[in-house]
Design a binder for this molecule. Structure first.
Ligand code: ATP
Ligand code: MG
Length: 637
């Protein structure tokens, strides 16, 4: 077995040889004649001259060996339905969808915007686009008209694929009126709209524009649509970032590099094997959904579970905090992927649910999207008794930047660290102001990636090369490096620790403190379920830290003496861990924190509210009630 250190070294020192090897993990129509073209940094072209197709690698390729095996398992605890599509079934559905899109005028290079709940048709639409060389742009189904309109405007889709609606907690959420309104708001109008009617909510069709999938599917039931062979660098899709720090960016990805990167990550990182089942609890609206609900597992020949519903609702629509574990048992899931925010929800459930089901098939649970605090990691790791593997990446990267590659060489995880740099990523820590490289253990710097960025990484920002270069590659003086805009440190063993975003730093009386470090200290208190710390302008100290805490038992909030005692305990903890300068000026108790639709803390919004400023772009926010609580608590300071 190669050591990971050697594997990694080769990827950095001999990228051509390394990635030429990895390219063997996918099927090509035409071999490439150049592995990496980095003649025009920071732009990089992978596998020039080659031709392949993502849909071929995800679906058609498996027809030979596993046509009758499960490919897509669509489960909805919202509608109480479960349907298994084999690779052969999926091949049929994707061709029907591809034929329907073509009939609606979609050609190679055209954009198709997908605004859908977590139903099988959404995956059919993505794969159908890949099949015919159309560029998909999936917009998270939870977004309202304003956010959707700006994305329609930016992507200028020829066709939009949508549905009558979604459902959350048993309540139908109409999508169609939001879509109609978004199209009205946008100056770009799609030529056609294709709708999957789930019978959840009534919808009005616009004559001449709107078409029903049920009808087109029947028309094209026997359609045979061969895969379009695409140049390696052909755009496969665009996707927007979460919008945690501001206006979302339209990340653009290629075809071949992405296919190779996913195939390689399934082997080396996720260790998922053909014929097994992969379960990612994310949403197709996010990058994790693209890479590890749809493309990654299918490329690896695995079945993938697409789950619509809350983690706390059973198939009988009754509360069931064990639904995910029920699915793991039923479909013998071997690899699972979720987010810390979801685990924190489960943490409030009965821990006995973790031992009620047979989870012996499960080899690992991967978590990503935000910092994984140690108490949450310990709780889930002790409950599941499988390795909990943190992985750090971004919409921009498409696959993990920092984690553990147990498929290459098993290595222990360290609590609080997502791991070490993945092959292909030349990760460095740089001094924010001088750009000097920091190599000593424990030195804190900006996490950057030196080009060429590996296959699968974003090509550019959709139709805005200048914004791509200026936003990501020009932030460190004098150096052309990709900035992640996250702070990190590295320990003596080379493990990285992410300390928060570069704009989440507060300055208390001249001391620069990461809000993340203060949160980490507070979350170690036994009664704390979740916490957000922000810096608030202060006439005397410049900034002071404010902490908003969600307690495991929210009934304590009614007891002001108990709250006062808790506040004092929390402050004492921070004093002990980080020193008195880091101590929050106030600890306020709330029942929910403002988050993005993908479950990430919106510190920038909390901070604006605390300072009485306009909170700016709120389109990515999930729960307005949570923000109102912050407002109310600030008034009572
Ligand atoms: P925007 O870029 O629009 O502000 P965003 O950064 O939240 O939104 P994503 O690409 O979804 O959009 O998230 C990537 C970011 O999430 C990383 O830069 C990092 O800040 C955080 N993150 C992801 N995974 C981890 C992890 N395992 N540990 C710590 N932070 C993580
Ligand atoms: Mg980001």
């Amino acid at each position: 077995m190669t050591s990971y250190a050697d594997f990694y070294r080769q990827s950095i020192d001999q990228p051509d040889a390394f990635w030429a090897d990895q390219a063997g993990l996918i099927e090509w129509h035409k071999p490439f004649d150049r592995v990496c073209n980095y003649d025009n940094p920071p732009f990089v072209n992978w596998y020039e001259g080659g031709q392949t197709n993502l849909c071929h690698n995800a679906v058609d390729r498996h027809l030979l060996d596993r046509a009758g095996q499960p490919a897509l398992i669509a489960v909805s605890s919202e509608t109480g339905t479960e349907k298994i599509y084999t690779f052969a079934d999926l091949h049929g559905e994707v061709q029907r969808m591809a034929a329907s899109l073509k009939a609606l005028g979609v050609e190679k290079g055209d954009r198709v915007l997908i605004y859908m709940p977590m139903i099988a048709e959404a995956a059919f639409a993505m794969l159908a686009c890949a099949r015919i060389g159309a560029v998909h742009c999936v917009v998270f189904g939870g977004f309202a008209s304003g956010s959707l309109a700006s994305r329609i405007e930016d992507a200028a889709p020829k066709v939009i694929v949508s549905s009558d609606g979604g459902s959350r907690g048993g309540k139908a959420l109409p999508y169609k009126p939001l879509l109609d309104e978004a199209i009205r708001l946008s100056s770009h109008k799609p030529g056609a709209v294709l709708l999957a009617d789930r019978g959840l909510t009534p919808m009005d069709l616009v004559a001449g524009r709107d078409h029903l999938w049920s009808e087109l599917r029947t028309t094209h039931v026997d359609a045979q649509v061969p895969c379009e062979w695409l140049d390696s660098t052909a755009i496969s899709y665009t996707i927007y970032t979460s919008g945690t720090t501001g206006k979302p960016k339209g990340v653009q990805r290629d075809t071949a590099g992405y296919a190779v990167a996913l195939a390689a990550s399934m082997k080396h990182i996720f260790d998922g094997r053909a014929g097994e089942t992969f379960f990612s609890t994310s949403d197709i609206g996010w990058v994790v959904g693209h890479s590890y609900i749809v493309y990654g597992p299918l490329i690896a020949g695995m079945a993938t579970i697409m789950y619509e519903g809350l983690p706390t609702q059973g198939m009988d629509k009754k509360p069931n905090g064990g639904i995910w574990w029920e699915l793991v048992e039923k479909y013998k899931v071997t690899v699972m992927f979720s987010a810390p925010t979801a685990v924190r929800v489960l943490k409030k459930q009965d821990p006995a649910l973790l031992t009620k089901y047979d989870l012996s098939s499960l080899r690992a649970l991967f978590l990503a999207g935000e910092p994984l605090d140690e108490p949450t990691a310990r709780w889930i790791s002790e409950g599941l008794r499988v390795p909990i593997i943190d992985n750090y990446w971004q919409t921009e990267s498409g696959w993990p930047i920092l984690t553990i590659a147990n498929g290459v060489e098993p290595k222990p995880s360290k609590f609080g660290s997502p791991g070490i740099p993945m092959y292909g990523y030349n990760v460095k820590l740089l001094h924010e102001a001088t750009g000097e490289e920091l190599t000593a253990p424990g030195e804190k710097g900006v996490v950057v990636i030196e080009g060429p960025t590996p296959p699968g990484f974003m090509q550019t920002i959709w139709q805005d090369d200048a914004r791509f270069v200026n936003t990501y590659w020009k932030s460190i003086p004098g150096k052309l490096v990709y900035s992640t805009f996250d702070w990190g440190i590295r320990d003596a063993d080379g493990y990285f620790f992410i300390l928060g975003r570069t704009d989440d730093v507060i300055n208390v009386a001249g001391h620069r403190l990461g809000t993340r470090e203060i949160e980490e200290s507070i979350s170690g208190h036994g009664q704390v379920a979740e916490v957000a710390v922000v810096g608030v302008a202060d006439g005397l100290k410049g900034q002071v830290a404010m902490a908003f805490v969600v307690l495991k038992d929210s009934s304590v909030m009614g007891d002001s003496a108990a709250c006062g005692k808790l506040e004092a305990e929390i402050m004492k903890r921070v004093d002990g861990d980080l020193g008195a300068v880091a101590r929050p000026a106030r600890v306020r108790f709330v029942t929910a924190l403002p988050k993005t639709r993908s479950g990430k803390l919106l510190r920038r919004v909390i901070q604006a509210v605390c300072e009485g400023r306009d909170a700016g772009d709120l389109t990515s926010m999930d729960d307005p009630g949570a923000l109102q609580q912050i407002r109310d608590r600030m008034e009572t300071v």
